[in-house]
Design a protein around this ligand. Structure first.
Ligand code: 5GP
Length: 197
């Protein structure tokens, strides 16, 4: 099999999915981070095309209508989605692709690509999640409250995921995530082509 694996990293906002991935990516070759599209406004320091493709709602809806999204979701008043083109291009070249997305989108990917491992990253306590979300200081109180309410919903679906990475400590979480990705790469269906026996 010459195709790469699709790896889905999900979990509540504030759990540090992005922070953990930033630690993992420099240490793993042939791993492509899928840049999502969002209608949310950029936070200070976020760069278009690197952190997200920032777009209008009309642009997002057009891409959805044209079937150009692998998955998408409406999350706390904005659209977020994964453009399918770059993901497919990388996978067909044998590069593994990691998606960092919320739970509704993760479940859509799982329905379309049942082989994709679903990894739920979270803190072990809800209080810590809340502390991190508020600590960011980038969202209004109303948006923070909606993110927390959404997180509670997301926890209810935890049994849909094959792996849970606890991000109480970023280095430990990064090591766990790397171990999962490495294990995925060792699956027989991916390794047997390298055997010349
Ligand atoms: P934030 O506004 O904090 O950047 O992201 C809000 C939530 O949307 C996070 O849980 C983030 O992982 C998720 N998200 C980011 N990109 C995508 C995407 O392409 N699809 C989906 N379904 N969720 C996404």
């Amino acid at each position: 099999m010459s195709k790469g694996s699709l790896i889905v990293v999900t979990g509540p906002s504030g759990a540090g999915k992005g922070t953990v991935l930033k630690r993992v990516l420099p240490h793993m070759d042939k791993l492509y981070y899928s840049v999502s599209l969002t209608t949310r406004r950029p936070r200070p320091g976020e760069r278009d095309g690197i952190d997200y493709h920032f777009c209008s709602e009309a642009q997002a809806r057009e891409m959805i209508a044209n079937g150009q999204m692998l998955e998408y979701a409406e999350y706390v008043g904005n659209i977020y989605g994964t453009p399918a083109g770059p993901v497919d291009a990388q996978l067909s070249q044998g590069v593994d692709v990691v998606l960092e997305i919320e739970v509704q989108g993760a479940l859509q990917v799982s329905a379309r690509r049942p082989d994709a491992p679903l990894i739920f990253i979270t803190t072990s306590s809800f209080t810590e999640l809340e502390r991190r979300l508020r600590g960011r200081g980038t969202e209004s109180e109303e948006k923070v409250a909606r993110r927390l309410a959404t997180a509670r919903e997301e926890y209810r679906q935890i049994d849909a995921f094959q792996f849970i990475v606890l991000n109480d400590q970023a280095d430990t979480a990064a090591a766990e995530l790397m171990a999962i990705i490495q294990a995925e790469r060792c699956r027989t269906v991916r390794r047997r082509e390298y055997l010349s026996i």
